[in-house]
Write a protein that binds this ligand. Structure first.
Ligand code: T4K
Length: 375
């Protein structure tokens, strides 16, 4: 019986969960070892496996992607202004502002929802020290274009790849662009470790610095060489991550099946378009994103979300409003006099629909019927 038939709410972001038996046996082993955190065997194995999947030399796993972004920015010595898209989860902006860096918001390309490189160039000032690109929905952003800008203006380039685990661009897994890339393994992500994140990089020196910063800056027992923080991933989280990695193919198969069912069920509904994934690339299909053209559809985007919620389908309006319209950034008027018309337009149209293990084809069909039966 699916969740809706059982009278339960169906959430966007409901976690995918691997073999309980395997997880519990790992947790028992962790307890037997009495090694719960700080470079334990499960953490090291998790890092090794991610490194193999992504084809990146170094993986530094952390307690979540927000802290991973903060540590990466600090290790890169970003300061002053850093350009990011406004159309992203607020953590991309907060991770910079939290350490005294001003995030300057660039507009997006409405077709890809990713940062627009020309807009980035317009925003570069003498205070700019870096760019953080974001691979929204796991669709790789223009890393070539941002790389060229970074070189031209001597800026540090890094990526928030929170959505992009096991997604490729030009046939290569995301994770190898710029100085480093950050992944999230939060409960809602394609692969979760309860809470978790990682910075990945091919730069050994940078990786070593971030490893130390993740553990308060300690190098050895009594020697602190950096200002650091507690960014460590616990052994239990690493065990969950490892267990979920073992079902990666299965989750992709389920997500892909659901994506294709949505594609079929939503086709031909005026004013509703499902975003596409490039069939030449690998994708985790973790995000079912529709854009609602209210005029053509005949119903406001917010009303559609309300209607879905009334039917126990907890759809989300990620990422509305853009970061530039959230505090503290709204009051700071950081982008004045630049407007972000494409960000505002896309953020006002997007609805995220549920997928993953808790969703079957019957459920997708039911959701599509609700969307179809507009007034
Ligand atoms: N950069 C980007 C581009 C990101 O998207 C994110 C996170 C980050 C950075 C930072 O990564 P982390 O520091 O989190 O590793 C959620 C997630 O909390 C957040 O991780 C994610 N992006 C964002 C897109 O979505 P909220 O505020 O919507 O979280 P919440 O708790 O309302 O959960 C979302 C939905 O998931 C709910 O409808 C309920 C469902 N859910 C959630 C949890 C935790 C479950 O069904 N089970 C659960 O255990 O941000």
């Amino acid at each position: 019986m699916n969740l809706l038939n059982a009278g339960k709410k169906l959430h966007v972001g409901a976690p995918n969960i691997g073999s309980r038996e395997v997880l519990f046996s790992r947790i028992n082993d962790i307890l037997d070892r009495r090694w719960l955190s700080n470079n334990g065997v499960y953490l090291l194995e998790f890092e090794r496996k991610i490194s193999n999947i992504l084809g990146v030399r170094n993986v530094v796993a952390m307690c979540n992607a927000t802290v991973a972004l903060e540590i990466a920015a600090r290790a890169l010595e970003l300061h002053g202004e850093v350009i990011i898209p406004s159309y992203t989860f607020i953590a991309t902006a907060h991770s910079l502002y939290w350490q005294g860096i001003t995030p300057v918001f660039a507009d997006i390309d409405p077709k890809t929802h990713n940062i627009n490189v020309e807009e980035v160039e317009r925003l570069i000032t003498p205070k700019t020290t870096g760019i953080v690109g974001v691979h929204i929905w796991g669709r790789g952003c223009d890393t070539e274009g941002l790389g060229i800008l970074a070189k031209k203006y001597n800026l540090k380039e890094m990526y928030d790849a929170s959505h992009g685990f096991a997604c490729s661009k030009n046939g290569q897994m995301l994770g190898s662009s710029g100085k480093c890339e950050v992944f999230s393994f939060h409960a809602t992500k394609f692969i979760n470790s309860f809470e978790g994140g990682a910075v990945v990089t091919n730069d050994d020196e940078l990786a070593e610095k971030m490893r130390l910063m993740r553990n308060f800056g300690f190098k050895g027992f009594d020697n602190v060489v950096h200002c650091g923080v507690n960014g460590k991933m616990s052994e239990v989280c690493a065990a969950m991550g490892l267990t979920n990695l073992e079902q990666i193919e299965e989750i992709i198969t389920i997500n892909r099946r659901n994506y294709l069912a949505y594609q079929k069920g939503l086709s031909g509904i005026k004013g509703i378009s499902l975003i596409e994934y490039d069939p030449k690339e690998q994708n985790n299909f973790q995000y079912i994103i529709i854009e609602v053209d209210s005029e053509k559809y005949g119903l406001d985007r917010n009303k559609l979300v309300e209607r879905l919620h009334e039917q126990n389908i907890i759809a989300r309006k990620y990422f509305w409003p853009g970061c530039h319209l959230m505090e503290p950034y709204r009051s700071l008027h950081i982008n004045s006099p630049y407007n972000l018309p494409e960000t505002d337009r896309v953020a006002a149209r997007v609805v995220v629909l549920p997928t993953g293990q808790t969703v079957d084809e019957e459920t997708v069909d039911h959701i599509c019927q609700i969307i179809k039966n507009r007034p």
